[in-house]
Structure formats: C-alpha cells, structure tokens
Design a protein around this ligand. Structure first.
Ligand code: HAM
Length: 417
C-alpha cells in the first residue's frame, strides 16, 4: 500500500526548503528591526480558546477545526495563532512587563477547508502581535511592517486595503443595520449568504458570488458608520501610513472573518494569486486580552501566508535560490582509503567546510556522476596509490582541472577557494 500525504497538506522537499529558510530569515531580520521577539506556542490548544476568541459562528469554528478528543478533553490543531499568543500573554502574566510586548511567530496552521490553489489544510503563517497599546500609530507601524517584509522578499505588485470596523458598539449597531438592509433582498442572495444574514452578517460583505456582490454594492454601505472616537483613531492610522509612505486604499466593505477585530482591519492582496488573493491580513483586537481573562490591553497584529508569499514571488526566484554549494565530495577507492577518507571528511567539517562522502560503490565514472556538478566545487579521490603518498586527487568541477594535493594541506587548499 502506498501512502499519500493527507489532502490539503504538502511535503516541503529539500529543493524547496532553502526558499522557506530564506523567507523566514528575511522576515526575522525585519521583525528584529521593528523590535519584535519570537514566541513559540503549542500547535494544539483547547478548542474553547478558538470558539471564545474567533467567535462561535465564524466559518473556522463552525466548519474548519481539526479536533482531537482525548478522554474528556477536546483539543484542536490551531487554525491561527493570535488566540494562542493572547492566551500565553495572559497565562504568563506578560502584561506585567512595562511597555508594549511585541511577538512574532512562524509555523503551521490547520483549517479543514476545501483545498485549491493557495488554499491548504496545513499552511504556514509568518505573523506578529503587538500587545499593550491603543495607539493608532502602532496600527500604521503594523501595516508598514507587513509591507516591509513583503518587499524584503522581493515581492511587488501587491495592494494594501484598510478599513475601520469601529468599536464593539459600532460593530453591533452596524450588524443590526446591515441585517435589516440585507433582509430586504434576502431571496436574491446565495444560499450561504441567506444563512450568514442571520448568523454572521459581516461575511455577506466578502461573498465572491457576483449577484451578492452587486446587491451589497447597491446598498451604498460606504457611508460613515463608526463613532467619533473610532473615526479619529482611523484618521490617525491613515496619517501614520502616509508618514511611513505606505500606499493603501480604504475599502469600507473590508470586514475580515474573525470576531475579535475592532477598529483597524487590513488585507494585502496580490494579483498573481487567483481567487485566494490575500497574501496576508490583520488588524486591531482591543477586547481579546480581557476576553481571555487578562487586563484591558489594546493589541494589533497580522499574519502572512507563506505558501502565498511563495506563489507571489513566482518561479524565477525559486530557481535562482535553489540549494547550497557542497565544497568537497570525497570518493574513496577501496576499504583502506575509506578510513582515511572518513578522517579527512571529519577534518573538513571541523574546519567549517561543507563536505560529503560517496558511500556507494560503482565505477569511478558513476561515482563522480553522483557529485552534483552545479553544486559541488571539488571532488577528492583517494585510492591506494594516493594513500601510500598521503595525497589525494583534487578535481575542480567547474574548471575541469585536477591536481595531486597533500592531505595535510587539504583544509588550506579547499578553504582558499
Ligand atoms: P487570516 O486572514 O485568517 O488571519 O490568515 C492570514 C493569512 O493566512 C491569509 O491572508 C492567507 O494568506 C493565509 N491563509 C489563511 N488560510 C489559508 C489556507 N487555508 N491556506 C493557505 N493560506 C491561508 C489570521 O489568521 C489572523 N490570526 C491574522 C492576525 C494576526 N490578525 C491579528 N493578528
């Protein structure tokens, strides 16, 4: 029987993992510049954490959680990390630390969605959360940080869309008002939206169905629907974005699918991505720390989807950055030579020279053929003749030259090039 990776999951093979590492490294460098520090939380959490944070009626909680039942407990493979980080912030009383706590994280998330291009069941986030301030300029900084990471990865052609949902009261009255307006057209909406009107009314605003979109547009929902304080906050967020020189558009229909958001929300889209066009998204969530048992603390963050960053970067960069160079590939000819080769291998590695040994048999030609010509600098061949002289044949793979070198000088010889 041949096993396959579960539907909607993907192996990241060695020829791809270099790209992942480079994306992670670049993101880490930018996070560090912005004074964020890494946090690692468990991949499993109590399922209630997400129903409490994201909302009972959200798509994620209703349909997409991978549940693990163990005795009387129900765990879930985390569908996102914001709730986990707030849980950790409260559990570890990190709110006692003065100032804003700035966390970044990278890792797998799990949602039982219907897989398609750019949509997986196990996907990866690079994200961050800044907890401990209500300042609108922290929102501007968060959006700016997301755009800095995206450009550090060599991605261009993305759009940044921002909106403000207002405070909890604004959200409540908008929900009431919206429901009333949508109910007038109820029969014309798709089946999903008909149930969303009752359960999760904001989701109607990002339905992809053409007819639903047209009705929503005709309702002219753009008009101001947030209170004076929230409007002032949003104006300052925009002023901060202008100050940082971030290009953005305001879209009053941007709502986001998670309940914890208040005030600023944003999404970054890219045209290379097809229907799943969000490279990343985030926003402010000023009530979540309290909701999870902590003190009142403002917070804002975002997450970028790594698979989508890779798609947006395109094939050219993937090719360009493939693989690391092997400095020396050692080919022993015979059992005696093998022992010496193992010692030379150890010596090279101890001196920081990336090396490997041909552990297989065969003709010299086939063994040389195993050294990847594009990624190997030297082949070192040692047989009985060389062994007797304490030497080896060093082949320069790109120059196609060879010379006999003393093994006692091998580190210096290879290290020089
Ligand atoms: P989210 O919009 O659910 O937000 O996810 C963020 C990003 O993750 C999306 O924009 C997309 O790039 C990627 N993504 C989401 N689902 C999938 C999937 N099934 N397959 C591939 N990529 C996916 C959050 O999760 C929030 N926690 C972000 C946040 C942090 N808000 C505040 N702080």
């Amino acid at each position: 029987m041949l096993f396959k990776s579960p539907r909607g999951t993907k192996d990241i093979l060695p020829q791809e993992s270099g790209n992942w590492q480079r994306i992670e490294e670049k993101a880490r460098a930018v996070f560090s510049l912005f004074a964020y520090e890494e946090i690692r939380t468990p991949i499993i959490e109590e399922s209630k954490l997400f129903s409490r944070s994201l909302g009972d009626l959200t798509d994620i909680v209703q349909k997409q959680m991978f549940l693990i039942k163990k005795e009387t407990d129900t765990f879930v493979l985390r569908p996102e990390a914001t709730a986990s980080i707030v849980r950790s912030y409260v559990e570890n009383t990190l709110y006692n630390v003065a100032g804003v706590s700035k966390f970044y994280y990278m890792g797998p998330m799990f949602r039982a969605e219907r897989p398609q291009k750019g949509r997986l069941r196990q996907f990866h986030h690079i994200g961050c959360e800044a907890i401990g301030s209500y300042s609108p300029y922290l929102d501007s900084e968060s959006v700016y940080l997301a755009s800095k990471i995206i450009s550090a990865l060599g991605i261009s052609g993305h759009d940044i869309i921002v909106n403000s949902l207002g405070c909890i009261n604004d959200k409540k009255s908008f929900a009431l008002n919206l429901r009333e307006k949508l109910l007038v057209h109820k029969k014309s909406f798709c089946e999903d939206c008909q149930s969303r009107i009752a359960k999760n009314v904001f989701r109607v605003l990002d339905c992809k169905n053409r007819q639903c979109k047209d009705i929503v547009l005709s309702l002219n929902l753009g008009a101001s629907r947030i209170c004076g304080d929230c409007q002032k906050h949003f104006d300052q967020v925009k002023a901060g974005l202008d100050l940082f020189g971030v290009n953005y558009q305001v879209n009053p229909l941007l709502v986001r699918g998670l309940d914890y958001y208040t005030r600023t929300v944003f999404e970054i889209t890219h045209k290379n991505l097809g229907s799943q066009d969000a490279l990343g998204a985030g926003g402010r969530y000023d009530n979540l720390v309290e909701e999870l048992g902590g003190p009142a603390r403002g917070a804002v963050g975002f997450a970028l989807g790594v698979e989508r960053l890779l798609l947006a970067r395109g094939e050219s960069q993937v090719q360009e950055e493939q693989g690391s160079v092997l400095h020396c590939y050692i080919i022993p000819l015979g059992d005696e030579a093998l022992k010496t080769c193992l010692k030379v291998l150890q010596l090279l590695r101890d001196n920081g020279i990336r090396s490997d040994l041909d552990y297989l048999d065969g003709s010299l030609k086939s063994r040389m053929g195993r050294a990847d010509k594009n990624r190997t600098k030297f082949c070192l061949i040692i047989g009985d003749n060389e062994l007797a002289k304490g030497t080896g044949i060093l082949k320069n793979m790109s120059a196609r030259t060879q010379e006999e070198v003393k093994l006692s000088e091998i580190v210096k010889k290879i290290g020089e090039t």
